[in-house]
Design a protein around this ligand. Structure first.
Ligand code: URA
Length: 433
């Protein structure tokens, strides 16, 4: 078999068979297929698409490119959650402890920030001492002992995805439905949990801004999960405005803790409860309404917050910083961004808000960049709010004046003002079960 023939076949609109897909995945993972040929195939897939059979085959080959975690010796129902990525998206930090407090065994493998979107691993690493690279044995022991562990993608789990994703990130081949579906689902299948809830974002801050594309992605991933015998549901959620008010790693941890202590932003609380309810309902055979109420009780009783503290301590982190915002990291410099005109905020281009946070130091432009965990944005106003000229729209945090200036400019570029109040936006657009 020759890679050249596979590229040509896909370029002409053909469907690759499983043996061809395996040839590509195995060859690229072990370094026999060079980046330039893999890039050409990925671009052809982006332009031509894949059939459902091809996407299932690609997912399966990627999932089996490394170890498949065997969680059969974990005592209880194992569960996992994944988001397609967004701005201010810290729902994992709420959903995982809520579900663990309900008795589910949350075995979660998370990623780092990508482009303008944040990643759970970076957020957790803002907690002093927190370890995100657990060995397989440590991971399983912790899931068994306290019902909750979050680890980074180890070299042994879905290594093909790790390599392919890194290449997609630098070849403009990220936003393809079959490539996103196979990337996410290969990791979920390799991580071994029985039940999975997916948060599929759509809007200006999502990888797939268009609602029809987001639904098609959700349907593909749910179909793959079901084919592989997993319990799975996808919730389509709004990413046309940042989620909550805090963007940036340490800032997002503090906002998640506020929700876990019965405060925090209403949209973050609502989406976190919705995702938790789907996972609890499918894992504990409850109705959605019963599961939602149970999730609320985990917040109200403080049980979910105590679970997060337990996990942080178990992974070597300083759990005291979760208690109060003032104990956490603080940025060297801060600046207010004020409204330059009077009117309603009609739209926040959410990708640009994410880029602003990145320019402040909260994200990476290159893989080797070092994150400033204290950097980021606290929003005082969001889409739909009326502002007077001079009102504070947000406070920006960074390590130096240059970063503050770059972040401020991008932040202002993201805002559209209007004299008329925009229609309120839904938080969720539906589910695929
Ligand atoms: N998240 C992933 O893990 N993979 C993608 O391709 C997109 C988002």
């Amino acid at each position: 078999m020759r890679m050249l023939d596979l590229i040509e076949k896909k370029k002409q609109g053909g469907a690759l068979n499983k043996a061809e897909i395996r040839f590509f995945v195995d060859g690229f993972t072990c370094g026999e297929i060079p980046d330039y040929q893999a890039s050409a195939l990925l671009m052809a897939i982006c332009l031509v698409g894949m059939t459902s059979e091809e996407t299932v085959a690609l997912t399966d080959c990627m999932a089996h490119s490394g170890d498949i975690l065997d969680l059969s010796d974990v005592d209880g129902v194992t569960a996992d959650k994944h988001s397609t990525g967004g701005v201010g998206d810290k729902t994992t930090l709420v959903v995982a402890p809520v579900c663990a407090a309900m008795g589910l065994k949350i075995a979660k493998m998370s990623g780092r920030g990508l482009g303008h979107t944040g990643g759970t691993i970076d957020k957790l690493e803002s907690i002093p001492g927190f370890r995100t690279s657990l060995s397989e044995a440590e991971f399983k022991t912790q899931v068994n002992a306290i019902g909750l562990a979050v680890t980074g993608q180890t070299g042994m789990l879905a290594p093909a995805d790790k390599k392919i994703y890194a290449l997609r990130d630098v070849t403009a081949t990220v936003n393809s439905i079959p490539l996103i579906a196979s990337s996410i689902m290969s990791k979920k299948l390799a991580a071994g949990a029985q039940n999975i809830v997916l948060d599929v974002k759509c809007g200006s801050g999502a990888l797939l801004p268009n609602a029809d594309d987001a639904r098609a992605l959700a349907e593909q991933m749910v179909a793959i999960g079901k084919t592989c015998g997993r319990g799975i549901a996808a919730v389509l959620t709004n990413m046309d405005v940042p989620l909550g008010t805090h963007i940036g790693n340490a800032l997002e941890v503090t906002e998640a803790c506020a929700v876990l202590q019965n405060g925090g932003a209403a949209d973050l609380r609502e989406i976190s409860l919705t995702l938790s309810a789907y996972l609890i309902a499918m894992s504990l055979e409850k109705t959605y309404e019963e599961a939602y109420r149970a999730a609320e009780q985990m917040l109200e009783s403080g049980a979910a917050f105590r679970k997060l503290q337990e996990m942080v301590a178990a992974q070597g982190g300083d759990a005291r910083v979760l208690e109060s915002e003032t104990c956490f990291l603080s940025a060297r410099m801060q600046a207010e961004v004020c409204a330059e005109q009077t009117g309603y905020i009609a739209h926040m281009h959410t990708q640009k808000i994410g880029e602003s946070a990145s320019l402040l130091g909260a994200g990476r432009e290159k893989k080797t960049d070092v994150i400033d965990y204290a950097a980021g944005i606290v929003l005082h106003k969001k889409t739909g709010d009326f502002v007077n000229r001079g009102d504070v729209l947000a406070v920006l945090y960074a390590s130096c004046a240059e970063r503050l200036q770059a972040g401020k400019q991008r932040f202002l570029d993201a805002l559209v003002f209007s004299n008329t109040k925009p229609e309120p936006q839904a938080l969720c657009f539906g589910t695929v079960e």
